[in-house]
Design a protein around this ligand. Structure first.
Ligand SMILES: [Ca+2]
Length: 308
């Protein structure tokens, strides 16, 4: 009898201990999280990054970092889909939202949209992502404000800036003479051409400036390409808004010089198309001057139209 009572006591103790040990209510309240630290920007990447696609990157389009400085916004590709990725340090991540404002009009394009928790890697690096299609307007600045919260209710907010490429404006000079509608005649006494391009707007989004020279009579290119047919681009000066190139015409004759600007992620813009000749008394005839005027006016209208 006493033995049976002992076994019963042992069984009760074991069952009781198991109930305490595995009580889900008790275990839920047994862990206390003390978190007084709001989410921190990752030291490895303090920026919001606009990936063409975070999981399936396009090798032809680089990701762009968007800084917190409004004076040097990161480059956005007009009309392209983009994945805005935010990386923060946080032990107990909760939600993140993003608000996007068009700085030129002040209108809110995206209002407190939820960013999805893309991934969390040990110990505390958290990635949030938000898919967004960049508006097709050129040269527009956008402000991206993110709000990140942890489960304890701490929060942090930062604003980043990006600008769509394009909206390039500028002018070419040949041997120091500005190519513009008010130019009467550009007289060339030499076959050596010093070509310069000055960007007056959108310089940071210019990828290449390409000058080609075509023999007007034969239609063959005599400048702007190397011996393998690869384009030779103008050299960007350290000032960042000027491009230079020295070109020697191979012989006297009549040539078409074309200057084209290639912005990143936007269509190219031809800002110079000019007929020049060497070895003649009047290198540029009145018809050419009229043509230059029309091209210059057309280019200005073209750029303005694309901006509006
Ligand atoms: Ca925290």
């Amino acid at each position: 009898m006493a033995r049976a009572v002992t076994w019963l006591a042992v069984c009760l103790i074991v069952v009781g201990a198991l109930m305490v040990a595995y009580n889900p209510l008790l275990s839920r309240y047994a862990t206390i999280i003390a978190d007084t630290t709001p989410p921190q920007p990752s030291s490895a990447n303090t920026l919001l990054v606009c990936y063409p696609s975070f999981d399936n990157p396009d090798p032809n389009l680089a990701a762009t970092s968007l800084p917190t400085s409004s004076t040097s916004p990161g480059l956005l590709y007009p009309g392209k889909s983009c994945e805005l990725v935010l990386i923060v340090y946080e032990d107990n991540p909760d939600v993140a939202t993003i608000t996007i404002v068009d700085q030129s009009s002040g209108s809110t394009i995206v209002s407190s949209a939820s960013m999805r928790l893309h991934s969390q890697t040990s110990p505390n690096i958290v990635r949030y992502a938000y898919g967004w299609t960049v508006p097709s307007s050129l040269s527009k600045v956008y402000a991206f404000t993110v709000l990140v919260k942890d489960v304890a209710g701490n929060s942090a907010t930062w604003t980043y800036y990006g600008q769509t490429s394009g909206g390039v404006q500028g002018y070419f000079t040949i041997n120091g003479v500005k190519v513009q509608s008010t130019s009467d005649v550009i007289v060339l006494k030499t076959r050596s051409l010093a070509v310069e391009f000055y960007a007056t707007s959108g310089a940071s989004s210019i990828q290449y400036v390409h000058v080609t020279i075509k023999d007007q009579k034969t239609g063959t290119y005599v400048g702007g390409f190397d011996q393998y047919g690869q384009p030779v681009y103008m050299t960007k000066a350290s000032s960042g808004d000027k491009w230079t190139q020295s070109i020697t015409l191979p012989y006297d004759g009549k040539f078409i010089i074309t200057g084209t600007v290639y912005p990143i992620g936007a269509s190219s813009v031809t800002l110079m198309s000019l007929a020049v000749s060497t070895g003649a008394e009047f290198p540029i005839d009145p018809l050419t001057v009229a043509g230059v005027a029309l091209i210059a006016v057309g280019a200005i209208v073209f750029v303005k139209t694309r901006e509006d």
